[in-house]
Write a new protein. Sequence first.
Length: 323
Amino acid sequence: MKLKKLKIGRTELPGNLLLAPMADVTNLAFRLLCRSYGADLTYTEMISADALINENRKAVLKGLASREDRPFGVQLVGSSPEKLREAALFVEEEFRPEVIDVNLGCPSKRITGTGCGSALLRSPELVYGIISELTGTLNTPVSAKIRILKSEEKTLEIARLIEKAGASALTVHGRTAEQMYSGNSDLARIRAVKNALSIPVIANGDIRDEESAEKTLEFTGCDGLMVGRAAMGTPFIFRRIRHYLETGEKLEIDPQAQQSGDFEAYITLLEEHGLLPSINLRMHAQWFTKGLHGSRHFREKINNLEDGKSIVELMKISFPEKI
Ligand SMILES: Cc1cc2nc3c(=O)[nH]c(=O)nc-3n(C[C@H](O)[C@H](O)[C@H](O)COP(=O)(O)O)c2cc1C
C-alpha cells in the first residue's frame, strides 16, 4: 500500500493524488470527473489576481466552484503582494477553498511578461513577500507551485523561503521554465527539495501511468503526486494509479468504452454547471478521443463544427457502441 494520506494545513486528504491546475482544462466539470475517479484534491485553473480585483470579477468567477468539488484549491497568479492579498481575501470569503495556491511556475510569455508565474523565481525576496503577505492575512492554508531552477542551490533557496513564509505545502514541477515541456522532469532535483523541507512536498511532472507514479513517489520520497497532462481526456488515470498504489495490480480497461463514456459524462457535467458555452469543446473532444478507433474520422469532421450540440451528435455517430 503506497498510497498515503496527505495533510495540507488542517485538511486531511484520504490519499495523496492531486489534479494539477491547468488553464483551459481544469474547469469545474473536469475537476468533478477527476474527483469521481479518485483525485484527492483538485485545483482550479490559474486565476489572475488583477482580473479578480477588477470589474470583470463576475465573469472570472462564473461556474468556478461548487459544493460538490471539495476539497479544492484555487490557484492565483499575480506579482503584487497587495493585489494577491486582496484577490485571495475575496476568494476566501466567496468560496472557502481548502487551500489557496500561488502560481510561481508558469513559463508562458503572456504570464512572465507581466512579472508573474516563473518570472517570480528570479526574485526570491518578492516570493517571500507574497507568501508571507498571504499566510499573514488568510485563514486558508497557502500552497505554492514552482518549477526547478538550473542551480540546485537556488531551487532550494526559494523552496526554503516559501516554507519560511508559512506555506502549508509546495508542489515542484521538475523542469526549468526555459525547458517549457521538453526533456524529462528531474526527479533528483525534486527529491533534493523534499529533503530540504518539513512541509509536504508534492512531486509533479511526467506522471502518466501506474509505473511513473510509483517511481516518482519512491524516488523522490514526496508526500503527494500531482498529475497534469495525463488526465486530459483520460481522467480515469486517477483510478488506475490509485488502484495500483493500493494493490500493486493494474486495472484492465477498455479505452474505447472508458474514454467515450467519460466524454459523455463530461458533457453532462458541463451542461449541469452551465459551462458548455465557455469552453472550447472541440479541443476537449480531441483529448477525450485521442487514440480511439474511429478518432481520425471524428477529428476530420469535428473541424467543421462549432457548437456543442453538433459535436455530441458527431460523437454519437463516430463511437456508437458507447454513447
Ligand atoms: C494546458 C496546460 C495548462 C496549464 N496551466 C497551468 C496553470 O494554470 N497553473 C499552473 O500552475 N500550471 C499549469 N500548467 C502546468 C501543469 O500544472 C503541470 O505543472 C505540468 O503540465 C507538468 O505536469 P504533467 O507532466 O503531469 O503534465 C499547465 C499545463 C498545461 C499542459
